[in-house]
Design a protein around this ligand. Structure first.
Ligand code: TMP
Length: 212
């Protein structure tokens, strides 16, 4: 028998929910238990498309709303060959944001339907597990203020949160809602258990296609 494939594990949530911290902790914990794991993040600001996105987020340039949505999607698609290769080599990928952020952030803007926003990402490698780090704004108020990037306002983040709540209702995606108002350690323990289960199940399954 060939190598058992790795799992595609995604962490989603509004800003300051602790996604990046938890992604790093999870990769370390999986490695400590002898599993191969790597972290990825979207947007990947290192590519040419990623640099256009980064400049937009830093408000150094303006891009039309549909255009930037499609760039975020293209920034995922350009990583697909590498993602598939790693998964097939048995490496689990822990991903900080994915297509769900893409849809939640753009559809929080006026005039964008969820369906239009989903379309460019249809067929991406389907995550085996998507954990939504749930916090309410009052609970994370002590985690420090927003930065200066585009989208970092509490009004917009509330709209994004509502869009995530709609996406979570989709039964074709393996969503788990995590109470991220708890300590870093407690949240980590739950994420690790869910991820280990997902890795065990994914091993024997083909990579799925998102929203297809
Ligand atoms: P980051 O702070 O995790 O690097 O994310 C950058 C910002 O980009 C964040 O506000 C969420 C937003 N975003 C989108 O609007 N669309 C996307 O597809 C992704 C991945 C992120």
């Amino acid at each position: 028998m060939g190598v058992r494939r790795g799992a595609l594990i995604v962490l989603e949530g509004v800003d300051r929910a602790g996604k990046t911290t938890q992604c790093k902790r999870l990769v370390q914990a999986l490695r400590d238990s002898g599993k191969e794991a790597e972290m990825m993040r979207f947007p990947d600001r290192t590519t040419m498309i990623g640099q256009l996105i980064s400049s937009y987020l830093e408000k150094k340039s303006n891009l039309e709303d549909h255009t930037v949505h499609l760039l975020f999607s293209a920034n995922r698609w350009e990583q697909v060959p590498l993602m598939k290769k790693k998964l097939e080599q048995g490496i689990s990928l822990v991903v900080d944001r994915y297509a769900f952020s893409g849809v939640a952030f753009t559809s929080a803007k006026p005039g964008f339907s969820l369906e239009w926003c989903q379309n460019p990402d249809v067929g991406l490698p389907k995550p085996d597990l998507v954990m939504f780090l749930q916090v309410n704004p009052a609970e994370v108020a002590g985690r420090g203020g927003f930065g200066d990037e585009r989208y970092e306002t509490s009004v917009f983040q509330r709209a994004v949160q509502q869009k995530f709540e709609q996406l979570i209702k989709d039964p074709s995606v393996n969503w788990k809602v995590i109470d991220a108002a708890r300590s870093i350690e407690d949240v980590h323990t739950e994420i690790k258990t869910l991820s280990e289960n997902a890795i065990n199940i994914a091993e024997n399954q083909p990579i799925g296609e998102l929203w297809k």
